[in-house]
Design a protein around this ligand. Structure first.
Ligand code: NAD
Length: 259
């Protein structure tokens, strides 16, 4: 699939690490010029530099995806720097520690709202400003990132994360229908167990226990690589998926197939 995005500009949020970093690399390896957006300046700059060292065109822009000013500026700078925006992966999403776990009657509104902001508001802001550009410039393809927690009960993730990620699915489908006639496709991936820094927050022992516990739910019983999540985003944004929009693609080793 090398070179399929030649002449295209791709934007990736949460691009400094995890699934976002793998997605930025995959867009670049497929010929796109890539804008990496993240709040982590040091790691984001490193990722962009590594892509340039490998011969790709890549640029990092510090962006807090919960800030409308930042997201609006990100799209403006992307277009100014690379002359357009054709492809986007909206990867930012996380749960506040205070909104995790099954017992949400003990959780604060502050933790709930933080998680909704991270999962849903970031997706709204990115879609809003990406679509505002694409609608007047020949369309584009966008991939959001939801979670299995948006489709089934996940006690560990908590109600706010599940509600936020369910919202990402609904928003994906809404945008897909609303903008299909403008040549804009909007889809999302739903990752299964994909060990990233998010898993290692409480140390390697805890991460191993968590991964082992969760992988049991996947008929294909191994953890998923970030590059395997990126492969799904690349396909959804490619012309191979020209008739695919409003779709949720679980990349989950068969977890969802059991329901
Ligand atoms: N890893 C999994 O198993 C898994 C499973 C289901 C869903 N997801 C979803 O996939 C997405 C990526 O997860 P990951 O595990 O790769 O995460 P990660 O923790 O590896 O990376 C997250 C990145 O987001 C950046 N970030 C955090 N807040 C930001 C903000 N406000 N603005 C811009 N960037 C910000 C961080 O600096 C970091 O670089 C998330 O939406 C997550 O909910 C992941």
């Amino acid at each position: 699939m090398t070179g399929q995005f030649e002449g295209k500009v791709a934007l990736v949020t949460a691009a400094a690490d995890g699934i976002g970093a793998a997605t930025a690399q995959a867009f670049a390896q497929n010929g796109a010029r890539v804008i990496l957006a993240d709040i982590n300046v040091e790691l984001g700059e490193q990722r962009a530099e590594a892509l340039r060292a490998a011969g790709h065109e890549a640029h990092f822009i510090r962006t807090d995806a919960t800030s409308e000013d930042d997201v609006e500026a990100l799209i403006r700078h992307t277009v100014e720097r690379f002359g357009g925006l054709h492809l986007a992966a909206n990867v930012v999403g996380d749960a506040h520690p205070g909104s995790a776990g099954p017992e949400f009657h003990q959780q604060s509104l502050e933790a709930f709202e933080h998680t909704i902001k991270m999962c849903l508001s970031t997706t709204f802001l990115c879609l809003k400003h990406q679509i505002a550009h694409m609608i007047d410039n020949g369309g584009g393809a966008i991939a959001n990132v939801t979670s299995l927690a948006g489709m089934l009960y996940n006690g560990w993730g908590g109600s706010a994360y599940g509600a936020g990620k369910a919202g990402v699915i609904r928003m994906t489908k809404f945008a897909a229908v609303s903008y299909a006639e403008h040549g804009i496709r909007v889809n999302c991936i739903a990752p299964g167990v994909t060990p990233t820094r998010a898993y290692y927050k409480s140390g390697p022992e805890h991460a191993k226990t968590l991964i082992d516990q969760q992988v049991i739910n996947q008929p294909i019983r191994r953890a998923i690589e970030t590059s395997e999540q990126a492969d799904g985003i690349i396909w959804l944004c490619s012309d191979h998926a020209a008739m695919v929009t409003g779709h949720v693609l679980p990349i989950d080793g068969g977890w969802m197939a059991q329901y």
